[in-house]
Write a protein that binds this ligand. Structure first.
Ligand code: PAF
Length: 285
């Protein structure tokens, strides 16, 4: 079956009707899983689509570069927009529907109300990108309301985003199951990201320090050692400008103390040349 492309709300409603969503689903499977994206699709997104397909009869992908989640001076205008290639990826992955609205169709010109990510949205990534997580949650809630999926799939690479979306679903009683998908890496450890295409060959080489630091940290036994070893690895690469390296509780994103047991997320954000990259690993303590 061809991918149905919906460019606005009316076409989206028509696509849901054409796919029979809202009618009886197959036993044991949800009807619709959504993979929200900003396009520039890569192998990581493909893995999200495949996982979505395991959870639901139909997979929808949204492609929308959300202006609300970019701060002044960030890469909104140069963010890669590769719609035709993205459609081919979706078709090859058996996606039933692509929702690709225009910004004017998503946001009213006098928009007033949005989602607040609260205190958890002001730490770690939120401390460096004020308002970013508010913008993410606002667009994700709108996508949930418009596409009305039963399941939504997000990558673990944006670990705080995933944790905050789970929080939003719990705090606002949204009738959606959130599924987290593992980070996909190149053979040399670089986490896949749409922003990797900004990297020059030298930047790309330097960017490997992020995953190297995370893997070295993950080999340690205590929070203090994990942080110390990971920071030391990052310090060896002078062209990586670190925004943060933190070891946090996966549910709250608060820094964990020495006595912490259970899972913790070692997360890093750094600028390499003009590109800002994030990455993380989960460590059992
Ligand atoms: O992870 C992303 O690509 C974006 O933050 C998302 C979830 C699609 C919201 O714009």
């Amino acid at each position: 079956m061809d991918v149905i492309v919906a460019g606005d709300r009316a076409e989206l409603a028509e696509a849901r009707r054409a796919l029979g969503i809202g009618g009886p689903a197959s036993p044991g499977k949800a009807a619709l899983a959504l993979v929200p994206t900003m396009g520039a699709l890569h192998e990581g997104h493909r893995s999200l689509m495949r996982l979505a397909g395991e959870h639901a009869e139909h997979v929808a992908v949204s492609i929308f570069v959300n202006p609300l989640q970019f701060g002044p001076g960030e890469d909104f205008s140069r963010y890669p927009r590769t719609f035709d290639d993205d459609l081919e990826v979706c078709a090859a992955e058996g996606v039933s529907m692509v929702f690709a609205p225009a910004a004017e169709d998503m946001y009213l010109p006098d928009r007033q109300v949005g989602v607040s990510a609260g205190k958890m949205g002001a730490v770690v990534e939120g401390a460096f990108r004020p308002g970013h997580l508010d913008g993410v949650l606002t667009v994700v809630l709108k996508l949930f309301n418009l596409v009305r999926p039963d399941v939504a799939v997000f990558g673990q690479k944006d670990a705080q985003q995933l944790a905050m979306i789970r929080r939003m679903v719990a705090d606002l009683d949204l009738p959606i199951s959130v599924v987290g998908a593992p980070t996909i890496r190149e053979a040399d450890g670089l986490a896949l990201s749409s922003r990797n295409r900004y990297l020059s060959p030298q930047d790309r080489q330097a960017a490997l320090a992020l995953s190297r630091a995370l893997f070295a940290g993950a080999g340690q036994r205590t929070p203090g050692e994990i942080r110390r070893v990971a920071r030391a690895v990052l310090a060896e690469e002078p062209s990586v400008a670190v925004d943060y390296l933190v070891l946090v509780d996966p549910a709250t994103f608060a820094e964990v103390g020495e006595g912490h047991t259970g899972e913790a997320i070692l997360a890093v954000a750094a600028r390499v040349g003009s590109t800002r990259l994030i990455d993380n690993v989960t460590i059992g303590l």
